[in-house]
Design a binder for this molecule. Structure first.
Ligand code: PGA
Length: 250
């Protein structure tokens, strides 16, 4: 691919709490200026404080999320929406219910769909029919994955069913009773899908993400390193705390 490389903007905040506030403010100001925006959302430990701050702004500062349409990045295959570790459940608990989203406007891939391949195509269509994602929030895995695009995923990949990497299963086992309970497959937006968002905000905190961040921003841009895809996006910002930024420029 001959896409020119563009370095994402990097913002290093003073602490992980400041990073969460910074990201929440980016999302909140986007919602305030475009209340019917299309927002791409992420799950995991990283966005929890971002969502808490959005809820606070909804309650205390008139942030109206009722007309936002949201699309989540991914979902485990085989977990029903009522399962406490499903990403639909996570989003209901950590954001949608408390921040006044209208449930008809929130989309999380359905990991229980009878025909997952067909469903993945429909999810893509739904995103395009909505006009495309205005702002996509992302985390990053220790192995550089974005959403569940593990190393080896094509830069042009679309929403599809994937096998989770062993590292991801181990990292996510902290949310389950045991590693055996972590689903082995997921449905995820592709890297190509994510790159079509008009703006991308990737947040990472903690020393354990430092190597993945350095590789994403300063390493080669290829499928061995999914987050390096951001080097191809003209409007991406990476928001870090000092430990996550500690290996940059070395
Ligand atoms: P985490 O996950 O926020 O729980 O660290 C991020 C990711 O795997 O994308």
């Amino acid at each position: 691919m001959n896409t020119p490389m563009i370095s994402p903007n990097v913002v290093v905040c003073d602490s992980s709490a400041d990073a969460a506030r910074y990201v929440a403010d980016l999302l909140a100001s986007a919602i305030r200026s475009q209340p019917e925006m299309i927002l791409g959302l992420a799950t995991g430990g990283t966005p929890v404080d971002v969502y808490r701050e959005l809820i606070r702004q909804h309650r205390e500062a008139d942030l109206d999320c009722s007309r936002v349409t949201s699309f989540n990045l991914d979902e485990y295959v085989g977990l029903p929406s009522a399962h406490p570790q499903s990403y639909r459940y996570f989003m209901q608990q950590h954001l949608f219910k408390e921040a006044g989203f209208s449930s008809a406007n929130t989309h999380v891939p359905d990991g229980m769909a009878a025909d997952l391949d067909q469903y993945a195509k429909q999810y893509e269509q739904l995103i395009s029919q909505s006009g495309g994602i205005d702002l996509q929030l992302l985390g990053i895995g220790h192995n550089g994955h974005i959403a569940f695009n593990e190393p080896g995923s094509a830069m042009e990949s679309r929403t599809r069913v994937v096998e989770l990497a062993e590292e991801t299963i181990n990292a996510n086992s902290r949310f389950f009773e045991s590693t055996d309970e972590v689903p082995r497959r997921a449905i995820t937006m592709g890297i190509g899908t994510i790159l079509e968002a008009r703006k991308i905000v990737l947040m990472a905190t903690g020393e354990s993400k430092a190597a993945a961040i350095a590789d994403a921003l300063e390493g080669v841009c290829d499928p061995s390193n999914p987050a390096s895809a951001l080097q191809r996006h003209a409007n991406a910002v990476v928001v870090l705390d000092p430990p996550a930024a500690s290996r940059l420029g070395s």
